[in-house]
Design a protein around this ligand. Sequence first.
Ligand SMILES: [Zn+2]
Length: 157
Amino acid sequence: MEMKHEDYYILEDQVSIPYENAYGLTWTRFFEGLKSEKIFGSRCGKCNRVLVPMRSYCPRCFIEIDDTIEVSQEGAIVAWVLTEYEYFGMPTKPPFIGALIRLDGTDCEFVHLVGGIDLSNPDQVRKTVKNGMKVRAVWKEEKKGHILDIKYFEPVK
Ligand SMILES: [Zn+2]
């Protein structure tokens, strides 16, 4: 008997994996900074690159980093994607824009959301949001020491 894909039985289920992630000193400092609206990065003493979020070591030089600096809350979009479909475990409800943002004075991309713009029309979003566009952090009123204490990055007018 020939079966089509839509004839197959489908088991719908859900798997939940509770876990704890120990942040250690470096990430604890980073998330503490968010509570007071500061974004902390680390400067490598050898290659001088500024990495954000903070790192305990430089992944290029393989040396320990203990130079913490507050970085700019403004930067430029390097790449972005408009997400319209929802899947399990998303940090926020779609539609939203996930982006790689190069904060001013840093040497790597910071992954976050871009908001403060109308996302109802994808064609309009593509005309509005461009790589290289300047953005700045918008903070939530209540902070928890979580990456989403930064609500999103909004275009700088
Ligand atoms: Zn380095």
